[in-house]
Design a protein around this ligand. Structure first.
Ligand code: PGA
Length: 288
């Protein structure tokens, strides 16, 4: 797999150099460099004490992996404070309201999440879709995230019955298209937009998608993005897999060409386990 990837890179580089030498406009360019990304979704877990303990014990791997932790909102300032100013770890939120502020009891707007230290936000997580979020709301939340200067992590995924019925790609296409409806690539920065493929049957079940299944779905999403916008856009967007990801399957999953990282629930609560995953990701995406 690595060998093949290297050979492709060498050939592409060679073609570009020959074209440049001839004075032609290159029609192909180098593969996009997408920084590996590992996101923790703590869901409704942890408290101030365990958050401080996590910050003390978690060791970010050296190198290029970007690590984001999405605690419950109330713990954002605790985590920011415990990690300290010099930390490499970024903060994220698990959801946001589509309005920046207002009379929305119990909700959080993008600007206040950013003010509390968040730089990323999950949008359309299946646990929120299950609680009633529809495509139109998810689309508005994406826009609200961007307006607040937060990087949205759009979560998509099929249910078990949909996969058994052979409808996986149709579901993914529908969710992605609806979330981006009415948008042009100019309005969206590919470097500040992340997609997480999270099959519902794998979330919190201990049943992970195989690396081949995850790669197939993620590659399909990238192709669909290219159809909607352009290949130049799609190749720069980072795509994650999520659903019972852990230290034992992290390497296999992230060795796949289109999988740039993982969105991790249960296994992100323990700093040592999550640290092992960060190292695994660093290893599998390392340039030879
Ligand atoms: P899990 O959750 O890793 O516990 O399956 C993933 C998610 O819901 O983001």
């Amino acid at each position: 797999m690595d060998e093949l990837r290297d050979r492709v890179r060498r050939v592409v580089r060679q073609v570009i150099m020959e074209m440049v030498a001839r004075g032609d406009e290159p029609v192909v360019d180098e593969p996009a460099v997408r920084r590996p990304l590992l996101i923790a979704n703590w869901k409704m877990h942890m408290n101030a004490a365990s958050t401080r303990d996590f910050a003390r014990r978690f060791e970010a791997p050296p190198g290029g992996v970007e690590v984001v932790v999405c605690p419950p909102c109330v713990l954002l300032p605790v985590l920011a404070d415990a990690l300290g100013a010099g930390t490499q770890v970024r903060l994220g939120a698990q959801d946001l309201h589509p309005a920046p502020q207002g009379a929305h009891t119990g909700e959080h707007g993008g600007p206040m999440l950013r003010d509390a230290g968040a730089r990323y936000v999950l949008v359309g997580h299946s646990e929120r879709r299950r609680a009633g979020e529809d495509d139109a709301l998810i689309r508005d939340k994406l826009l609200a995230a961007e307006a607040a200067g937060l990087v949205p992590v759009l979560c998509v995924g099929e249910g078990e019955a949909e996969r058994s019925a052979g409808a996986t790609m149709r579901v993914l296409r529908g969710q992605l298209t609806a979330a981006l409806a009415g948008r042009g690539a100019v309005q969206l920065d590919p470097a500040a937009f992340v997609i997480a493929y999270e099959p519902l049957w794998a979330i919190g079940t201990g049943r992970t998608a195989s690396a081949a299944e995850a790669q197939e779905a993620v590659a399909f999403l990238r192709e669909r993005l290219a159809e909607l916008f352009s290949w130049g856009f799609a190749r720069r967007v980072r795509m994650l897999y999520g659903g019972s990801a852990g230290p034992d399957n992290a390497v296999k999953l992230t060795a796949m060409a289109d999988i740039d990282g993982l969105l991790v629930g249960g296994a992100s609560l323990d700093p040592d386990t999550f640290g092992r995953m960060a190292s695994a990701l660093a290893g599998s995406k390392e340039e030879p």
